[in-house]
Design a protein around this ligand. Sequence first.
Ligand SMILES: Cc1ncc(COP(=O)(O)O)c(C=O)c1O
Length: 415
Amino acid sequence: MQQLRLDSTQAQAAAKLAGTPCYVYSQAVLEEQCRRLLSWQVPFDFTVRYAIKANPSRALIRLIDAAGLDFDASSEFEAKRLLSYGIAGSRIQLTAQQLASQHADELFAAGVRFNACSLRQVKEYATRFPGLELSLRVNPGFGSGGTRKTNVGGPSSAFGIWFEQMDEAISLARSLGARLTRLHSHIGSGTDPDAWEQAAQLTLDWALKIPEVATINMGGGFKVARMPDEKGVDFEEVGRRVSKLLQKTADSTGRRFALEIEPGTFVAANMGVLLARVDDVVATGSEGYTFVKLDTGMDALTRPALYGSRHPIGFLAAGKAPLGPEQELVVVGHNCESGDLFTVEPGDVLAPRKLPLPAIGDFAQLAGAGAYAAGMSLVNYNSFPQIPEVLIAKDGQMKLIRRRQTLEQMLQNEV
Ligand SMILES: Cc1ncc(COP(=O)(O)O)c(C=O)c1O
């Protein structure tokens, strides 16, 4: 799979257009991922929903919409945001941990589909919106994911209706007159096709118990390799396995289930880099480390501090002097926070990397930063402004798709 890396000319051009730090995205990589997603040979109807939490920028949503994907919203505000971008409600499904309380009437009037994640949600919505078409999110009792924070199935996860409560959820929905047309499971970010197959089978088993259900949704979680030593999911293999199961189910039961998936990472992770400059280099003696400090940090890219996740880091000389010799470096952010580390591993382990020593002012790029990066940032921590975003169009032109936040914007709601 392609992963965006900037060359010196591109880094200079992006810095000229937006300043540093900024996010830079590749339209070509984004569209290639959308094409791969739609290439599964599913026997019946197939819908791919982009999970907009991965990166909700309007310019990207436009491209993803044009590529033929529908949308998955994780809060009423994400759903509203999509409607405001001109996305039809019927192409949005809402799967939210918090009950939509402010905009529910408007969203459902616009045709947004609803996926209930708890007995409370089933009861509330079926009562408030009689006759509503309903999907149920089931926690099948197991998950798949790199860490507890990315594994969203099984007993340690609060997501979805616990499988032992499904009968109760089904009778509740029926007694309130809801139409149960869809079933959903999302087990987390994993690479194992067996786990995907198992989850699909389990969802199908539940779907077979409910005659009105016509669609199963497998959620997202298709892991991509960001680092060279990481393993991504064999996405095509998962497609073959799930399609086979759907066909087998149709042959044995006559039920032709439509399939939905809702990836975020797979679409966006490798289309983006965080472009920054080296702001300082400090050392802590012969027993210590050499730290390279960037002009960005966990306020812009939070994943390393949150998950200990790793991103490829590269430096590019910005002046005439070439980069120095390789040595073990700890790359840190600009926040006054000891957890603001970019060379870290899960468990908050400091993990120096062998990199060429940059000079102050040189460029740094953190790759694999298109998903859960700009959209998941701790905006305004230490009062650093939200950073700009740049899109490299397919003809190579760079376009500013988000301006840098101003201090006035940061302060505007203070009273
Ligand atoms: C319900 C649901 N769908 C889709 C996604 C997207 O997952 P990913 O970005 O790993 O593909 C998530 C992520 O947490 C989710 O909770």
